[in-house]
Write a protein of this length. Structure first.
Length: 256
């Protein structure tokens, strides 16, 4: 293989959300920009992930879950044998069955896993837990390095400026992530409306949000002026946040 290359194993969907996917895309962009390292993604197919990844210039292989013996981990192993990439990064893949883990263990390149709080860590060289759980703060053996805590949370470009904040704004933002599979947005909207404040309420809905109809149904009962923002481009999110006096937001894996 000419040049350096890293494999990412990650999924994004309406059910899973898109925080893991966005984190890997941000890292892949930085690897390419700073080190000239190419990234290849292996993912299960979902329309939401296809729509997001199409905005990025990375090679992606989609596994459609067809029948037979070829699992996504075996596809990765076959790719490694042929192309000899330099590393493998798993981001909380939900399908890490014992069979999959055995396949992963046989892949003889450096392996990193993000947000593992189970038994997979011994199959990887490094574990990075940005959101650490107290009962999983120690490695199970001396061969696995664990790095954890808020220092490892990804902050996309554009978050490092202190300028542009409008602290006199009367606007309140509600943003519950890229998909909000439990529709916490609607609950927060109703709670905010019940306070009957003199603020504008703005909703930032991600590309995977499937409950826009419920928001429209609730609009007539909202006390304050309501504004809805949908599918804001990624590079516009940080400047957008500076328009608000208060943000009611979920704490995701990719923080803006």
């Amino acid at each position: 293989m000419k040049g350096k290359e890293v494999i990412f194993r990650v999924d994004g969907s309406h059910k899973l959300g898109i925080g893991h996917l966005m984190r890997c895309l941000e890292i892949a962009d930085e690897l390419k920009l700073r080190k000239g390292i190419r990234s290849v993604f292996f993912s299960h197919h979902s329309p939401l992930q296809v729509s997001i990844t199409s905005q990025f210039n990375h090679k992606i292989f989609y596994h459609r879950g067809y029948s037979g013996e070829v699992t996504i981990s075996r596809e990765i192993r076959n790719y490694v044998a042929e192309m000899r990439p330099d590393g493998l990064i798993f981001d909380l893949a939900p399908d890490l069955t014992p069979r999959e883990l055995k396949t992963i263990e046989s892949i003889n390149i450096p392996k990193i896993i993000f947000d593992d709080h189970g038994g997979a860590r011994n199959r990887f060289d490094t574990v990075i837990n940005a959101i650490a759980h107290p009962d999983h703060q120690k490695p199970q053996d001396r061969t696995t390095g664990i790095f954890q805590g808020p220092d490892y949370i990804i902050l996309p470009q554009g978050n490092d400026s202190d300028s542009g904040w409008n602290i006199e704004s009367n606007k309140i933002l509600i943003a519950m992530g890229g998909s909000d599979p439990f529709n916490i947005t609607l609950k927060a909207l109703k709670a905010m409306s019940s306070l009957k404040t003199n603020h504008e309420i703005h909703l930032l809905l991600g590309p995977g949000y499937n409950f826009t109809g419920s928001i429209e149904d609730a609009r007539k009962d909202v006390y304050q002026p309501l504004f809805i923002h949908k599918d804001l481009p990624i590079d516009e999110i940080s400047p957008f946040l500076k328009k608000f006096k208060l943000g009611i937001m979920s704490f995701g894996l990719t923080v803006y």
